[in-house]
Design a protein around this ligand. Sequence first.
Ligand code: ADP
Length: 161
Amino acid sequence: MIKAAFPGSFDPPTLGHLNLIKRASGLFDSLDVIIADNAQKKHLLTADERLSLMKGMVDQAGLSPVRIVKWDSLIVDYCRSQDIKVMVRGLRPLSDFGYEFELSMINKTFDSKVETVFLPTDPKYFVLRASSVRELVILGGDVSRMVTPEVEALLKEKLIP
Ligand code: ADP
């Protein structure tokens, strides 16, 4: 039984994240999506909003065995508490690699038993990142192929005066 976790800020959750969740849930026996609830980081959406949107997306996609949780401490501590040995992260352009690789090295120093597994993005979502979605909404751009209507509606509510 191989249990995996997929941690992130998900501010907001996107269809790129959902694609990764679908694929990872087919590879592992269980998958916990961890919504990082880090008080030091400034988020547009609250952890509860991110959790509720992600839950809606995962349920709608019929991936209900996937668990969505909030966590306000080290991700490796969550993994340890649930006996999870695999952390899944996504890679888009090469520029993601440096950051993700360094993060995996840091996590390794905290817990050498947790392995990071990288999944390349689906080409459809190559240029999709949460920060661009937020900027596009402010500029009035079309984000319907990037996020669900529920996510789009909340972003508009928060970002457009
Ligand atoms: P973002 O990088 O979009 O701001 P997060 O920091 O919450 O979002 O990302 C959490 C994880 O999801 C990271 O490993 C990131 O590389 C991955 N990810 C984000 N968007 C995509 C995407 N479009 N395709 C594949 N992986 C992605």
